[in-house]
Every structure is written in C-alpha cells, then in structure tokens.
Design a protein. Structure first.
Length: 236
C-alpha cells in the first residue's frame, strides 16, 4: 500500500511539473497558439527501463491550442498515421520487439505511443511543410525551456527525427544543449551521427530519419532494423 501510494505521488508530481512547464512557456512567450507535447503516459514512463524521447519540429496544426498527446491517445485522425505509425514502430524496436510490425492498428499505435515521450522544438502549430529558418528561431528563443523539458523527461535516448544539416540534432547540438555536450559528433552503427550530453545522466542524441519519409515497407523495415541495432548500441 505504501509503495502504491508513493508511486501515485511520483506520477502526480511528474504530471504537475510538466503542466507547470507548459504554463511557464505560454506565459513567458505569449504566443497566439500552443500545442502541448511531452510524456504520453507518465505512469508507464516511470515504470519503464528504457525511456525514449523523440524530437520533432512542430505540429501540423496551425493556430491550434491543443494537447497533442491526449489527441493521439484518443485515436488522432485518419491522417496522423503518416507520422505516428513509424514512431510507434521505432518505439517497438527500441523497447524490445523482435520482428518488424508491417501492420500497425490504431490500438497498437496508441499502445506504443503510450510508452514514449516527444517534444516539438516549436510549440506553435505550423503547416504541412515546416519552415526550417522559423524552427531555428524558435529553438534559439526557447532553448532554455526546451532544455528544461528534456531534463524533466530524463530519457535514456533522444532520437531526433529528420536528418541533414540544420535539422533537429544540429539545433540541439548548436543551440539547446551546447553547454551539456560531452563529445563532438561521432557515428553509430549504420553511420548515423550522434553526440552525448550530460543532464544528470549521460544521454545519447541520435540524428535519424523523419517518420514521414517516403517509401514502402522494404525501406521502413530497413530503418526499423537500423534503429533497433542503434538501440542495442546505447541502451541497457
């Protein structure tokens, strides 16, 4: 009983800290819209041995004031699978599934998203195609708040979605976590760039593909296998 009560208290505190951070963000920046992200399910997050944080650019939700985690756990829409099915697959690969899941049902997507966390560098919603320069401006402006969110999540691995110069991993490296870096960029198995930061613990930060990459299951299976083996390189 004492252990269960303590666990509920810890979960409640994490939820409140996350909500307080978003409130600070909104009050500090006074943007016209704000799309919450973060830890999908704090109860599950705290119980897991492997905590994976995905970093994306912005929500395709211009002008919205919304909770994207809640929306996705409620099922999302008929188009959200284009991003979130692959995120769910990668979560499976990193957390322990042994075979590539070609079909992802809505229920399976909800189940696996419930095991991860994600953050958008830009908390105001955008359009289908992100403006890279605008994303950078927001990352610079909100660097300390983004860092606070990463600290709050305290992940074991950070996966930056979107390879290439100036993308999410570069923004963390050059702007958000520049004071926390432990090393210069190196390469993972399969040649993906990564660096390590120290935020109470050492955390690898991987530059990986965007989940909306074009292709079919042959390509998706290849990426699934790659990220699974990357997880084997860095995760306990």
């Amino acid at each position: 009983m004492i252990e269960a009560t303590f666990q509920k208290t810890v979960v409640s505190m994490l939820k409140q800290k996350q909500e307080n951070l978003f409130q600070e963000w909104k009050e500090t920046r006074k943007d016209e819209s704000f799309v919450k992200d973060g830890i999908f399910c704090p109860e599950t997050w705290l119980e897991q041995e492997r905590k994976i944080l995905f970093v994306l650019k912005e929500a395709n939700w211009e002008g919205a004031n919304a909770d994207l985690c809640r929306w996705l756990l409620d099922g999302g829409s008929s188009t959200c699978w284009k991003t979130w099915n692959n995120i769910a697959r990668w979560a499976q690969a990193l957390i322990g599934m042994e075979e590539y899941p070609e079909h992802i049902s809505k229920e399976e997507r909800i189940f696996w998203l419930g095991k991860i966390a994600f953050l958008n560098l830009k908390k105001t919603g955008g359009k289908a195609v992100a403006d890279s320069e605008m994303i950078r401006r927001y990352a610079v402006r909100d660097a300390e708040l983004i860092r606070k969110q990463i600290l709050l999540c305290s992940p074991d691995l950070i996966v930056c979605c979107g390879k290439g110069k100036g993308k999410n991993a570069d923004l963390l490296y050059d702007v958000v976590l520049k004071e926390d870096k432990k090393n210069e960029r190196r390469t993972t198995v399969h040649g993906y760039l990564y660096f390590t930061v120290f935020l109470e613990t050492e955390i690898p930060v991987i530059s990986f593909y965007h989940p909306q990459m074009r292709g079919g299951h042959a390509l998706f299976r290849q990426r699934w296998t790659e990220i699974k083996e990357i997880g084997g390189q860095f995760l306990p």
